[in-house]
Design a protein around this ligand. Structure first.
Ligand code: KG4
Ligand code: ZN
Length: 336
């Protein structure tokens, strides 16, 4: 059997990434060019800058990915590119590169859903993982709890009604002056704080729903910080970070466990940038161990945005009979 190579391209937000997947689940290269330094100066991602940086990075990355893998353009069998969700201008860069390659090489291309990509990241780290399972996808822009029925069938059971989890980490971090991106900084600082110091709300926990809401929690944290400032009391940032993180983790863990019990499924796969959070990992492990259930999350590098996960998602869709035309559009608001 000849080998099948998928070139993955990811440019949905502020990381330009190109990867090459060999057959099913073998990552040959996964290059990521981060723009974090420039966006940090502005306290968050600036869309206009992001698309310009993608434009500079994308072709050299494709060349380097091929040379690192010891392949040539002709060896590529499929091009898989993120078609959404994400920033319009950023997505356009990856999609244009993909269309150009597809036309020039006369090879098929497929537009992958970035969120499906996050779920598929788990297949790359865990070769034995197979559907069905429950997936908790927690990123900077999205929060989904879903049933993965097959490699191409995703049933969303819960989603955020307002802020995404990562977004709330970023906003709280900014409020207490930790900088961008806030998730890793809160994760680190929380370890020095008391998670029971402040009793923040566990929003939506009481409701018999799998949906999430994090904007109320973010407001509660910001109000707390303001009130302390007005009283002239210095906020203990570590306590605040730990208490906020615990409130988020409580809700994510409770809803994931509820869905596992209700569906009778025994496997939870967590992914997206917030899957890197150490307290979330610790708590989920505790809870799942108690019930003899399995917990999966991708290698750290595959938790945040990367093209290997996009290649994986595209490959699965292609094997399922899908392709996209060279006239494919951009889908900034694409849902899972
Ligand atoms: O999946 P991702 O790389 O990009 C999107 O598709 O949004 O996720 C980025 C998000 C950011 O909000 C970042 O603060 C958060 O993931 N994040 C974390 C951690 N590492 C990254 N949040 C909590 N704890 C972490 N260790
Ligand atoms: Zn992402």
């Amino acid at each position: 059997m000849t080998d099948f190579y998928t070139l993955g391209i990811e440019t949905s937000c502020d990381d330009s990434s190109v990867a090459i997947l060999k057959n099913d689940r073998e990552v040959l290269v996964n290059l990521i060019s981060s723009q974090i330094d420039i966006h940090t100066l502005f306290g968050g991602v600036v869309p206009e800058i992001a698309s310009r940086k993608h434009l500079e990075a994308i072709n050299p990355l494709i060349d380097k990915a091929l040379s690192d893998a010891g392949l040539t353009y002709e060896d590529i069998d499929l091009i898989s590119v993120t078609k959404g969700p994400g920033l319009m201008g950023s997505l356009l860069v990856g999609i244009s590169a993909s269309k150009a390659l597809s036309l020039a090489l006369n090879k098929p291309m497929i537009g992958a859903n970035h969120m499906q990509g996050h779920i598929c990241a788990n297949y790359l780290t865990h070769k034995e993982l197979e559907p069905p399972f429950i997936s908790l996808v927690v990123s900077g822009g999205h929060t989904y709890l879903c049933k993965v029925n097959s490699y191409t069938d995703y049933e969303v059971v819960g989603r955020t009604l307002d802020d995404a989890v990562g977004e709330s980490f970023d906003k709280v971090a900014r409020k207490i002056g930790l900088g961008y991106p806030g998730g890793p900084k809160i994760d680190k600082l929380s370890k020095e704080g008391n998670k029971e110091a402040i009793d923040f709300p566990r929003v939506m926990l009481e409701k018999n729903s799998y949906d999430f809401s994090f904007s109320g929690l973010k407001t509660a944290v910001i109000n707390y910080a303001h009130t302390q400032e007005q009283k002239g009391i210095e906020v203990n940032k570590a306590d605040l970070a730990a208490s906020f993180e615990e409130a988020v983790v409580d809700v994510l863990v409770a809803k994931s466990m509820k869905l596992l019990r209700e569906t009778g499924l025994k496997t939870l796969a967590v992914s997206g940038g917030v899957a890197a959070n150490s307290r979330l990992r610790e708590r989920l492990k505790e809870e799942l161990d108690k019930e003899g259930m399995e917990l999966y999350y991708p290698d750290l590098i595959l938790c945040t945005d990367n093209a290997a996960m996009v290649a994986m998602a595209g490959y699965l869709n292609y094997k399922n009979g899908d392709t996209d035309s060279k006239f494919m559009k951009v889908y900034p608001n694409l849902e899972l």
